[in-house]
Design a protein around this ligand. Structure first.
Ligand code: FE
Length: 343
């Protein structure tokens, strides 16, 4: 009995040694993702098949930065995938990102959508557009963010909380282009035009237009696609049907866009493999799949759009570098408080 146990234990130990030897040889990286697994899993599998690098995903929707900071030098994370310039900038400010120099990324991603020192890279864009009532607003009547502060829209505009990342970035872009004083009077004009206190998410603004609560809502483009294709909640198709998509400021600086993006962590011991993953995500075939899944725009030029996204029309985006816009986020947040925008 004793010798039998010894043989079993010996076999188990040998097995363990072999397993860890194989494990050490498998190239793998750890990715912290704010993006939902269904959006990225097929792409990551294709990357692994092509590169031999396995990607372990930790789905961290809330508190990703806090987690990375708490893990400190011991953080197993090599790269992050997240949405909004605000979140990427918070990581820059926290000093957790590594500068990356990559000819592939520089070729695939326009300069406006990547950090000047390579601390983050945009992979998709989304425009902050207007959902305008088809019935109650004539085509061309509302054509810019500035129009939203026009007294003729009194009581006709809906928006989510001014403190939300999407609106902070939009306001930061207005501060960049027009200065803080002009941005403040714009914000006060917009507040005076609201049909109700800022509330709900982006889709709730389309719902409000559908219900006649207001005539103009502010939202990100991909929500239009999500509503138009929502078989689980078909009522959202009616919300989408009630609105016309307007890309603001086409006669001027262009429509404000934001990004989803990726970054390599300073503490990563596998930076080359992490960069390879981001390079893969910026390649044409991956860009098409990645952008299509969430009705977003690829950052790489020449990549075909999802037909539904295409159907909303072509537009000129604001060409300002997102890191320049992001530099005004703190002022934007202060203006939201100062004007009591949400109250
Ligand atoms: Fe969103």
């Amino acid at each position: 009995m004793k010798s039998y146990l010894r043989i079993v234990l010996g076999a188990l130990m040998l097995g363990g040694v072999l397993t860890s030897a194989v494990w050490a040889e498998t190239r793998q990286i750890n990715l912290y993702s704010y993006r939902q697994p269904f959006l990225i899993q097929p792409l990551l599998e294709a990357f692994t098949a092509q590169s031999g690098i396995k990607v372990n995903v930790v789905f961290a929707r809330k508190g990703m930065l806090e987690r990375i900071k708490a893990e400190g030098a011991n953080s197993p994370a090599d790269a992050v995938l997240t949405v909004d310039i605000g979140r990427l900038s918070d990581m820059v400010d926290a000093g957790v990102l590594a500068p990356v120099k990559s000819k592939v990324l520089e070729a695939n991603i326009p300069a406006a959508y990547r950090h000047p020192q390579g601390l983050w890279f945009g992979l998709t864009t989304r425009a902050r557009i207007l959902f305008v009532s088809k019935d109650r607003v004539k085509p061309g009547e509302v054509a810019s963010y500035e129009n939203l502060a026009d007294p003729k829209l009194k009581g006709r505009v809906c928006i989510r909380s001014g403190k939300h990342l999407y609106n902070i970035s939009l306001l930061a872009s207005i501060i960049l282009h027009k200065g803080e004083a002009a941005a403040e009077s714009w914000l006060r004009g917009l507040k005076a035009n609201l049909a109700r206190k800022p509330q709900g998410n982006d889709r709730a603004q389309a719902k409000a237009v559908y219900e006649g609560v207001c005539d103009v809502g502010i939202a990100n483009t991909y929500y239009m696609g999500k509503m138009q294709t929502n078989d689980k909640k078909p009522e959202q198709k009616a919300w989408a049907e009630a609105v016309r998509v307007v890309f603001p400021n086409q006669a001027g600086r262009g429509t404000h866009v934001n990004i989803s993006g990726a970054a390599v962590l300073k503490g990563s011991k596998r930076k080359a493999d992490a960069i390879r993953l981001i390079e893969y995500l910026s390649s044409a075939p991956a860009q098409k799949i990645y952008a299509e899944q969430n009705f977003e725009y690829p950052v790489k030029a020449g990549v075909k759009l999802h037909p539904l996204v295409k159907s909303w029309g072509d537009f000129t985006p604001d060409s300002a570098n997102l890191s320049q816009i992001s530099a005004h986020r703190a002022e934007a947040a202060r203006l939201i408080d100062k004007t009591g925008f949400d109250h």
